[in-house]
Design a protein around this ligand. Structure first.
Ligand SMILES: *[C@@H]1O[C@H](CO)[C@@H](O)[C@H](O)[C@H]1NC(C)=O
Ligand SMILES: *[C@@H]1O[C@H](CO)[C@@H](O)[C@H](O)[C@H]1NC(C)=O
Ligand SMILES: *[C@@H]1O[C@H](CO)[C@@H](O)[C@H](O)[C@H]1NC(C)=O
Ligand SMILES: *[C@@H]1O[C@H](CO)[C@@H](O)[C@H](O)[C@H]1NC(C)=O
Length: 224
């Protein structure tokens, strides 16, 4: 594990603790330990990623909760499987949103973000599953479920999450542009993995960047 990864893992513990206990903790309170600009910029990105995931898990879970209370869903006895699926998602997010253990190891901090990403992806699967536009012969039940999801704000939520994601990604790229340009040759070599990752990421389109943020995150840790 390279130096930057070690530092970032340390950062994850800090931010996992700080952000879980107070979702509104300002980033600058926790990244004072990061001496170089590139480290603090990446750390700030993680704080924002963590906050985003936290927010997304709460909102997606709330959406499914209100769908489960919808009249058309409550009185339908042919969609028990869907109800169980939604309840499972809500239970999993509740688990994710619990404060982390007090003596978290560095690995726990990293796994915490990975787990959050994994859970949020399950919501993506749900959205895909009940998207009747992309199904060849959607059943009445699927139409009913999709309609309930939309009535309770699915499209607005997806849109809102996309805007949030794009905002902090663009802010990150803007800062990284400056930081990487100002990097000394020595630091560029020291941080070459991060710089390469960033340049690759920089090169993708805005749409790809928003969609692939989690893939890119994983790539950054490919050596982990
Ligand atoms: C679905 O669940 C309800 C309530 O638990 C039950 O009455 C009903 O028989 C179930 N439907 C099916 C198709 O299993
Ligand atoms: C966490 O705390 C428990 C109980 O004090 C201790 O046994 C354990 O070794 C700690 N774990 C780490 C990683 O520090
Ligand atoms: C549903 O599927 C269609 C067609 O594949 C796609 O254009 C649309 O964005 C999807 N909707 C959602 C909410 O994902
Ligand atoms: C970024 O895109 C430019 C132009 O397509 C290309 O020349 C360059 O090699 C790419 N950089 C990376 C790191 O992929």
């Amino acid at each position: 594990m390279g130096r930057i990864n070690g530092l970032l893992l340390g950062a994850l513990v800090l931010l996992a603790t700080a952000v879980s206990y107070s979702a509104t903790a300002p980033a600058h309170d926790v990244f004072v330990k990061f001496d170089t600009a590139i480290e603090s910029t990446v750390f700030e990105f993680y704080v924002n990623l963590f906050k985003y995931l936290y927010h997304a898990l709460i909102k997606t879970s709330e959406l499914l909760e209100s769908v489960l209370k919808d009249d058309t869903i409550v009185r339908n006895n042919n969609i028990n499987q869907t109800k169980v699926l939604f309840q499972g998602y809500i239970a999993e997010t509740t688990e994710r949103l619990k404060p982390p253990p007090t003596n978290m190891t560095k690995l726990d901090g990293f796994l915490c973000i990975v787990a959050n990403i994994h859970t949020l992806n399950l919501f993506g699967d749900i959205v895909k599953r009940y998207n009747t536009t992309s199904l060849p012969t959607p059943s009445d039940e699927y139409r009913l479920i999709e309609a309930a999801l939309k009535r309770h704000g699915l499209d607005e939520l997806i849109n809102n999450l996309k805007i949030r994601k794009t905002e902090f990604i663009n802010e990150f790229l803007l800062k990284m542009d400056i930081v990487v340009t100002d990097l000394s040759e020595e630091d560029k070599i020291k941080n070459h993995k991060l710089v390469e990752w960033y340049q690759n990421y920089r090169n993708s389109t805005e749409e790809q960047r928003a969609n692939d943020i989690f893939t890119h995150f994983a790539q950054m840790y490919a050596r982990f």
